[in-house]
Ligand binder design. Structure first.
Ligand SMILES: Cc1cc2nc3c(=O)[nH]c(=O)nc-3n(C[C@H](O)[C@H](O)[C@H](O)COP(=O)(O)OP(=O)(O)OC[C@H]3O[C@@H](n4cnc5c(N)ncnc54)[C@H](O)[C@@H]3O)c2cc1C
Length: 414
């Protein structure tokens, strides 16, 4: 696990991602004296920004603190494929939790992406968001038969999508793989712009933003006392923990682990050199490669995850070698594209054993709400967390919230 006292944004990511760094940041005063507020959000990446925006819009008195610059943690390393398909297939999740529960989890994930698209559209947030289809390619042990079974299970769960066999995939997308599932309802975006636009919206809705570090939490009374690094305290009725892959000591879970991941972005591609509809592409295997495009016609490709590398220097040293491997895979999958890296970056990447996030009250601390969107659907889950936590604060907990609880009964990580 990452040490919350020593791990900073620079340790969470290396290299340079292609996201737009030009947006003006809101002013963040320091906390000069202790105060009270209704909801304190700790962390102002995409997760904290989504929570702050939603809670402020609902009329809560919201304060947000971040010890570094908002959005420049894991959020700026994200490839921001906003998929509703989960890292674990519906088949796998059914094996773990049974069909009804797995189907319900998938349907909430699908609703989260459509909610996020609607939010960005109705608020007019400038973040390059584009609704997209996704293409889930046969890979490794998941061949046509396994994909067809997954498709049939998804249809039974009321989820959209079609099965493409080898010929269909070649005809529709010019991609050589044994089979694929093509599904509507996903999206992509610039994660940094999205995060910062949401934070600006929260501030417009009267949320207050501070430059401060939370170093201790005491929830033994009727409110939560959050101790800051300068010894001031903020007393809040509710606290939302949105500190990304760096979790405070009050939260322990053996469901998650942090690994390393790498990504590249090519220069803008020639007209006609991208696949049909710029669909989001990923593979039906445990350690998968994934591809998307950007509004500038770049191809982003990522993957090559390594469970054994957590330390940031070791991770960043591997950037040239990992980029070479990723570019080789890009060439094989999409020979029409120019397989060159204009941007190369790396990041810590949190995963859970069942591919689901950690959302809900921290065990033993009912007023401290965790919002940890682990896995390849991190941002989808951040949206889900913002809605679930707002409902919990309003006293509207739903039975399905337990599927994402920190102390759920799930397979443990190695
Ligand atoms: C290479 C890579 C590719 C990814 N691809 C995708 C993808 O395609 N789709 C997807 O949905 N997700 C993806 N993810 C995951 C997604 O990016 C993350 O889930 C998401 O960015 C996490 O955002 P966050 O706001 O929770 O964390 P962060 O962005 O890290 O923000 C946390 C903030 O909390 C602050 N903080 C921490 N501790 C304290 C403290 N004690 N006091 C005050 N402030 C504190 C930090 O300074 C930081 O600003 C990817 C991640 C990586 C690394």
């Amino acid at each position: 696990m990452l040490d919350p006292d020593s791990v900073r944004q620079n340790d969470l990511r290396g290299g340079t991602s292609p996201w737009n760094q030009k947006r003006r940041q809101p002013v963040r005063p320091q906390v000069a004296e202790s105060f009270r507020c209704e909801v304190l959000v700790v962390g102002a990446g995409i997760t904290g920004s989504l929570a702050a925006e939603h809670l402020a819009c609902l009329g809560h008195e919201v304060c947000v603190i971040d010890r570094q610059r908002p959005g420049l943690g894991s959020t700026t390393a994200s490839t921001a494929m906003l998929l509703w398909e989960i890292d674990r297939s519906l088949t796998d999740l059914t094996g773990m939790y049974g069909f009804e529960r797995a189907a319900s989890i998938y349907r909430h994930s699908e609703a989260a992406v459509s909610g996020l698209i609607e939010l960005v559209t109705t608020r007019g947030l400038a973040c390059g968001m584009r609704p997209q289809h996704s293409l889930y390619l046969a890979a490794g042990e998941s061949g046509p038969r396994e994909l067809l079974a997954e498709h049939e299970l998804r249809i039974r769960a009321g989820l959209p999508g079609d099965f493409l066999d080898h010929q269909g995939l070649l005809r529709e997308f010019e991609i050589h793989r044994e089979a694929a599932l093509v599904s509507p309802g996903s999206a992509d975006a610039d994660p940094l712009l999205l995060s910062q636009a949401l934070l600006a919206e929260a501030v417009r809705q009267k949320a207050r933003l501070f430059d401060a570090e939370a170093v201790g939490y005491d929830s033994s009374g009727d409110a939560v006392i959050v101790v800051l690094d300068n010894n001031q305290v903020i007393e809040a009725k509710h606290v939302v923990l949105a500190t990304g892959y760096v979790m405070p000591d009050i939260l322990t879970s053996d469901l998650h682990k942090v690994v390393s991941s790498w990504a590249i972005a090519t220069p803008p591609q020639e007209q006609g050199a991208l696949w049909r509809d710029s669909a989001l592409i990923w593979e039906a295997s445990d350690s998968y490669s994934y591809l998307r495009t950007t509004v500038e016609n770049r191809i982003i490709m990522g993957g090559e995850d390594d469970d054994n590398i957590v330390e940031s220097e070791a991770r960043d040293r591997l950037m040239p070698a990992k980029a070479k491997t990723i570019l080789g895979k890009l060439k094989a999958l999409w020979p029409k594209g120019e397989a060159m890296a204009e941007y190369i970056w790396s990041g810590a990447f949190g995963t859970t054993s069942d591919g689901l996030p950690l959302i809900g009250a921290v065990p033993g601390h009912p007023r401290i709400h965790a919002a940890y969107g682990y896995g390849g659907n991190g941002i989808t889950y951040s949206y889900l967390a913002s809605r679930m936590i707002a409902a919990s604060i309003a006293g509207n907990n739903q039975p399905w919230f337990d599927d994402f609880a920190i102390d759920r009964d799930a397979p443990k990580t190695d």
